[in-house]
Design a binder for this molecule. Structure first.
Ligand SMILES: [Zn+2]
Length: 269
């Protein structure tokens, strides 16, 4: 018996499809997988909000600090005074499930943010902009409003999703979930979330001082004084347009019959 080896056809291991078509199919497929994972993770975050109470969150993140936070010296007077002010404002929120911690980021860009476990970060840039305790109190009260509505967890959830996505796409290390990731997504706070945080913050300010004078003065100055606009881009991109915002705050104060004139407290540094 003779064995005749059958010749293999040329290119048996090469697909009939053009390589460029294959590459684009792969990219589209990967993008679809990412999109599905992202939507699933956002859903998981929403689900977690139902099952993980604010108390659990406070326990889980009680000592947590973002990896990329660069703080001022721990004995900085501004840190001490800002913490005191947060404690005073929070005392008007009975049963608040968080022990609020203040950290001052050394960035010169004005910003403030609420992070998991009751962490409030304000930047040196913001502290340089405020001219009275009342102005600062409102910004802090607004952040307390985000905790109240747990907006910060939604933002962080999206932050984790996004940083993982960027890590895979850019090949960078995803281990450190820091301010930047949180900050990107804080921009995603809805107008509705911001308005609710404003109203809650105003209420705390009113409880503390008996009036809401200077609560929106910082924003009024920013509206007029364009010179420092560059510093404010971050804050403004995370917060509603100042003009509408001031009008909404005034309307809310009027509705609640909160005095808009009162004694102004100087900053103590
Ligand atoms: Zn906000």
């Amino acid at each position: 018996m003779r064995f005749v080896a059958k010749r293999q056809k040329e290119g048996v291991n090469v697909s009939d499809t053009h390589p460029l078509v294959e590459a684009s199919t792969l990219i589209v497929g990967l993008a679809a997988i990412f999109a599905i994972i992202a939507v699933a993770l956002i859903f998981v975050v929403e689900l977690a909000l139902y099952f993980v109470s604010a108390e659990d969150e406070a326990n889980l993140f009680g000592d947590w600090l973002p990896d990329d936070l660069i703080t001022v010296a721990p004995n900085d007077e501004r840190l001490y005074q800002t913490q005191l002010l947060v404690d005073r404002l929070a005392s008007h929120w009975p049963g608040a499930p968080y022990t609020f911690r203040v950290e001052i980021d050394d960035s010169e860009i004005a910003n403030a943010m609420a992070l998991p476990g009751g962490l409030i970060i304000v930047t040196q840039g913001l502290l340089n902009q405020v001219e009275s305790e009342n102005e600062l109190a409102f910004v802090l009260g607004h952040e307390l409003g985000h905790f109240r509505n747990r907006d910060h967890i939604r933002a962080l959830g999206r932050g984790i999703v996004l940083s993982m996505f960027f890590a895979v796409v850019t090949g960078n290390d995803a281990a450190g979930i820091g301010i930047k990731a949180a900050d990107i997504t804080l921009r995603g706070f809805s107008r509705r979330q911001e308005t609710r945080a404003d109203e809650f913050g105003l209420g705390l300010v009113h409880s503390e001082y008996g009036h809401v004078d200077e609560s929106w003065r910082l924003f009024e100055r920013w509206n007029i004084d364009g010179s420092s606009f560059l510093d404010l881009v971050t804050y403004l991109s995370t917060h509603p347009e100042t003009g509408d915002r001031i009008a909404d705050m005034k309307r809310h104060a009027e509705l609640e019959r909160w005095p808009v004139d009162g004694e102004i407290t100087d900053l103590s540094w």
